[in-house]
Design a protein around this ligand. Structure first.
Ligand code: ADP
Ligand code: MG
Length: 773
């Protein structure tokens, strides 16, 4: 029995999914796997675990597991469900990579999908779980896809063994054919239950023109107009990244300052006269469910709401009297706007703010990245401003160079974003692009697995004894090219056995053959980090510098350890403070980099120095604040260090006798590569460097750069490393460093080979019996 508070109970009953409880639970009882589709906000994530709990799925020993592709969602949803059920976090808990509050009493466990994958490695049958919910399956994150593939085998196996288990796949879109129509995945298609959401009409307004680059300016102008002219209701703005979010937040706060401790004159009626007059105008309604079929000619631009773009339309006098350029500087405190940023790197307590109602008299405006598209439902949103773009990570298949690129979203994403405006009452979505541009969007976003390297996945699968990864029932299989390059990288790292050099088969076929995992590979797979980092850990152990390597690896896997102190502040005073802080941070980084010392480990040394200093100071919020470090990042590093220190891979099982050769090859690049200005080695110009990764922004930049002294190479390296240039290319590539690292025309690279003793490890018993793939 669950003892919910009356107001919670009331709110629950308003959710569309409550009406479907019987249908859902019956299907779950009868089938091994059920697919559940329902609009964002219909109650899937918060309610389905509660249905299962109340139906007794957590009462006979097993627990209810829910996976989320994003950490933000895992944490906030566990809190929400705990609150709704009136249960402590020891019962409704979460686990993300290195943080969680799971206890022995946990009954409902929210986790990131990577966490569940790791658990499958420890216990293939997932015996602790009576049911697993894969949430946000429409996002098609790589781990989600892999989990569905694995669970499609685990669930029948569990049932055959008389340990019943259920799988529920939840999606915010109806596009689930990749799961249901895939015979390799589910021989009998699972039933699909559709939750009819109470979606209010959302009027979609397209821009007449599509701004080529200044869409943040366009977004700002649109928000100003909405705020000045339209009735109360929250605004949700979709931009692409943290920097954009902050810049728009700052401009909005300046334009419509909100001062917490002052009474604002206008309450609900903070509308201009014109807006009041316009309040009752009729707006054309477009049903959200059917509008993807909108004609895409320019003729259907909806301009009647009066706040659509007005570029150069002389006739549209309604808008002419608010020339935008004037607004920016003139603050208007009479109509305060309560502006909140929302993005995944934001501290959790800041993120949580969006769920509370805004202060009386102020309108809520959440400026968000893609996180607000489906995983979090922000209450009270009536207006959506959609820039139509998303920032995604891309990998070059040949060079492995990664870059974040801003690209157009899919029509499905645009519709998801629009839908956010119609949760509590009819709303409006302002698209900062034309309907013609919308017509050119792809219908759906492609699965992540088709556009990223899969070396980590392949290693995990090999560790699960899935020898022929090509045979795995992927919902969307990655290209064989990508699978082969992953196998090749793993072979060169020594994680997979090298296939025989000679033979009748060609390169491709050879690589396609299932290379078995090596003992080193097993050790590497035990670390919760990418294979290259896992290899570093293995080497660190061999060289007796494990604590340092653990620290460096932990710091490298955290996306950004430094605060973005370049962010312009609001007031003059704040700006001065910010400049002071920046100067201090630059100085600290120099110190941490070991300024003046002969050993120039560069960015790795900065990481090591920063973490060391922070730990020495007790890893306090204050220390981070004063030195420009992200407190959240430092806590993550601390947790990961703890986890790596205790990981199986570092246990005493190194055998010094066997040597395996592994090499790590640098990518083939045609363009020059630069040391990023933020690097400790930017001005130093070492002769040789190694780097963590190459990112393409305006140029190709190396991140995580570390110098290698030329004289070390002959002295130190031959023992356990040798450099060899491919025969046909005499030209070295990482020199000379005249302000940048330049690739020579031939684009040839040294291969660095490391000799490393193989590591033997205990391996969970019994796994070899599951030759399922
Ligand atoms: P779905 O998973 O179908 O997108 P959710 O279960 O996440 O839907 O959300 C259902 C409802 O619960 C939403 O309308 C949302 O406003 C509300 N909700 C979710 N999280 C919170 C929270 N932390 N605080 C207040 N309301 C919340
Ligand atoms: Mg959800």
């Amino acid at each position: 029995p669950v003892d919910r508070l009356p107001e919670i109970q009331e709110a629950r009953l308003r959710l569309p999914i409550l009406a479907e409880e019987q249908v859902i639970m019956e299907a779950v009882r009868e089938k091994e796997c059920v697919v559940l589709c329902g609009e964002t906000g219909s109650g899937k994530t918060t309610q389905v675990p509660q249905f299962l709990y109340e139906a007794g799925y957590a009462s006979s020993g097993g627990i209810i597991g829910v996976t989320e592709p994003r950490r933000v969602a895992a944490i906030s949803m566990s809190h929400r469900v705990a609150t709704e059920m009136n249960l402590p976090s020891g019962v409704v808990s979460y686990q993300i990579r290195y943080e969680g509050n799971v206890t022995e009493n946990t009954k409902i466990k929210f986790m990131t999908d990577g966490v569940l994958l790791k658990e499958i490695q420890k216990d293939f049958l997932l015996q602790k779980y009576s049911v697993v919910i894969i949430d946000e399956a429409h996002e098609r994150s790589v781990y989600t896809d892999i989990l569905i593939g694995l669970l499609s085998r685990i669930v029948p196996l569990r049932n055959k063994k008389g340990l019943p288990m259920k799988l529920i796949i939840m999606s915010a879109t109806l596009r689930v054919e990749d799961f249901t129509e895939n015979k390799r995945l589910f021989r009998t298609p699972p039933p699909v239950i559709k939750v009819e959401a109470r979606q209010f009409a959302v009027t979609v307004h397209f821009n007449k023109r599509t701004p080529v680059d200044n869409y943040t300016g366009e977004a700002f102008r649109k928000i100003c107009k909405i705020h000045r002219m339209l009735p109360p209701g929250g605004i949700l703005v979709f931009l692409t990244g943290q920097a954009e979010v902050h810049s728009v937040c700052r401009r909005l706060r300046k334009a419509f300052p909100y001062r917490p401790h002052r009474e604002h004159t206008g309450t609900q009626t903070h509308l201009s006269k014109r807006a009041k007059k316009k309040k009752n105008m009729s707006l054309p309604r477009i049903n959200l469910d059917s509008y993807s079929a909108l004609p895409v000619d320019e003729g259907d631009e909806d301009r009647q709401a009066g706040i659509d773009d007005n570029d150069n339309e002389g006739s549209d006098l309604e808008l002419g009297d608010h020339p935008d350029s004037d607004h920016e500087e003139k603050a208007d405190p009479s109509i305060p706007l309560y502006v909140l940023p929302l993005y995944s790197l934001l501290a959790p307590e800041q993120q949580a703010k969006v769920f509370s109602p805004p202060p009386t008299g102020a309108r809520l405006c959440v400026v968000a990245t893609n996180v607000a598209e489906t995983s979090l439902t922000i209450p009270g949103i009536k207006y959506v401003v959609d820039c139509g773009r998303v920032k995604k990570r891309f990998y070059d298949r040949v060079t492995g160079v990664s870059s974040f690129k801003v690209t157009w979203i899919s029509q499905a994403s645009a519709n998801q974003r629009a839908g956010r405006a119609g949760r509590t009452e009819p709303g409006h979505c302002y698209r900062l692009y034309s309907s013609a541009v919308f017509g050119d969007f792809s219908l759906f976003s492609e699965a992540e697995i088709t556009r990223r390297p899969v070396d980590d996945l392949v290693l995990q699968m090999k560790d699960l004894n899935i020898e022929k990864v090509v045979n795995f029932p992927f919902p969307t299989p990655p290209s064989s090219e990508v699978l082969i390059s992953a196998e090749q990288l793993l072979i060169s790292l020594g994680a997979l056995e090298e296939p025989p050099r000679r033979g009748r088969l060609g390169e491709m076929e050879r690589a396609r053959l299932s290379c078995p995992i090596t003992p080193l590979g097993r050790a590497m797979a035990a670390f919760p980090v990418a294979p290259r980092y896992a290899k570093m850990l293995a080497l660190g152990r061999q060289q007796g510098c494990m604590p340092y390597i653990i620290t460096i690896v932990a710091a490298m896997t955290v996306r950004e350890i430094f605060e973005d102190y370049d962010r312009p502040a609001g007031s003059e005073e704040e700006n001065t403070k910010m400049a002071g802080k920046k100067a201090r941070c630059v100085q600290m980084r120099r110190l941490w980099a070991g300024q003046g010392q002969s050993v120039q480990l560069g960015d790795l040394m900065v990481l090591l120095g920063a973490v060391g200093a922070c730990e020495f100071a007790g890893c306090t919020h204050q220390f981070c604040e004063e030195n420009g470090l992200r407190y959240k990042a430092m806590l993550e590093i601390r947790r990961l260090r703890g986890q790596l220190t205790n990981a199986d891979g570092s246990s005493d099982s190194v055998s010094g006798a066997v040597f395996t050769f592994a090499s790590d090859s640098t990518p083939l690049l045609d363009d020059p590569v630069f040391i990023h200005p933020s690097s400790a080695l930017h001005k130093t110009l070492p002769e040789f460097v190694v780097y963590q990764e190459i990112m393409e922004t305006t140029k190709m930049y190396m991140r995580g750069v570390c110098a290698v002294q030329a004289e070390w190479i002959p002295k130190l390296l031959p023992q356990y490393c040798h450099f060899s240039a491919p025969e046909e290319s005499p030209a070295p590539w990482f020199c000379p460093l005249s302000g940048r690292v330049k690739c020579h025309q031939q684009s040839t690279f040294y291969r660095v080979s490391w000799k490393l003793p193989a590591i033997e490890m205990d391996y969970p018993e019994g796994l070899e019996h599951y030759k399922l793939f």
